[in-house]
Design a protein around this ligand. Structure first.
Ligand code: ASP
Length: 320
């Protein structure tokens, strides 16, 4: 949905999409998700309200989501089939298309800061694995050990997924596989930025990299069109260049953000098994938050300062 707004800044965040079953929720858990999204919105809002840059706002918002163990990024990231956490993240600044990404790391407290360091302190866009870790250490960003990142919930999800695999049963619970966090923003100077961070998918093969850190697939920002952060079945989002497809539809076909974003999520990705969704903002501050599954943790704040969030197929609301 796009909500016309005269606001001079817009920030949208997500905490992943999937089969978010009401039966697995209770009021307390739901409130915790809303509170986590609100903290992220507020962290970014402070930057934007102060006239700060979109790239700083999405960094602040994603850091807040990474710190929150409920979401699959940073603390609380999911486990690979080998019982390790391998995190991916990317950031893109729409003002000059600067971008930074990392994949397959575990150590930096906030993987989005690692991606940002790649963007700002290296000659490269994408660093992976052990060498990326060495680079991160050199930049001086904060590190944590495995106990900081551990959560019972993710560890148990891995054990259940592996048990199902051993018994030959298919894991139909998408909510166990999905999850990612992200933010997109348009600042008061009309600049756009996007940031995405994830643990990937539960029980993924060691070394597997999804769409989140792939520029043009799970993350995109370009002041001429839009900023996008995606969440969902990463392999499909990569194959369909999901985020860039939306920008291209706007640039070359003159589509609106809403038209382009909805088309890609509903008509392109869904039919080929690309379950998930994305958050998008355009150069005018319009936003679109389409998803093709039962829910997506999401929220938006504009210059009125009201933090609006939603989980299921429902309107955004102020749950303060
Ligand atoms: N897109 C992420 C990945 O494939 C997972 C997710 O967003 O649910 O790694």
């Amino acid at each position: 949905m796009t909500h016309p707004t005269s606001a001079d800044f817009t920030l949208a965040v997500h905490g992943g999409a999937g089969t978010i079953l009401r039966s697995k929720m209770n009021a307390e858990r739901e409130a915790a998700y809303h509170a986590g999204l609100r903290r992220a919105l507020d962290a970014g809002r402070v930057v934007l309200a102060d006239g700060g840059r979109a790239v700083d706002a999405v960094t602040a918002a994603v850091m807040a989501l990474e710190d929150e163990p409920l979401f699959n990024a940073g603390r609380g990231a999911v486990y690979t089939s080998a019982g390790k956490q391998e995190m991916d993240a990317a950031i893109m600044d729409g003002s000059d298309r600067a971008a930074g990404a990392i994949a397959g790391i575990c150590g930096p407290r906030n993987p989005i800061l690692a991606a940002r360091a790649v963007m700002e302190k290296s000659d490269h866009v994408f660093l992976i694995g052990e060498s990326a870790m060495a680079f991160c250490r050199d930049t001086g960003i904060a590190f944590e050990d495995a106990t900081y990142f551990f959560t019972d919930q993710r560890w148990n999800a891995l054990q259940e997924t592996l048990a199902m695999r051993r018994s030959g049963a298919e894991d139909l619970d998408e909510s166990r596989k999905h999850g990612t966090v992200g933010a997109v923003a348009r600042d008061r100077n009309g600049h756009l930025a996007a940031a995405t961070s994830t643990g990937g998918m539960t029980a993924k093969s060691p070394g597997r990299v999804g769409d989140s850190p792939v520029i043009g697939a799970g993350t995109w920002a370009d002041d001429g069109t839009c900023a996008i952060s995606a969440t969902g079945h990463g392999e499909i989002f990569i194959r369909y260049a999901a985020a860039h497809d939306i920008a291209a539809r706007m640039r070359y076909a003159g589509q609106s953000l809403e038209e382009a974003a909805r088309h890609v999520v509903v008509d392109v990705l869904a039919p080929v098994g690309g379950s998930g969704g994305l958050i998008a903002v355009d150069r005018d501050g319009q936003f679109s938050l389409p998803f093709n599954c039962s829910g997506m943790y999401r929220g938006v704040v504009t210059a009125d300062g009201i933090l609006r969030t939603a989980i299921y197929d429902e309107p955004l609301r102020d749950v303060s």
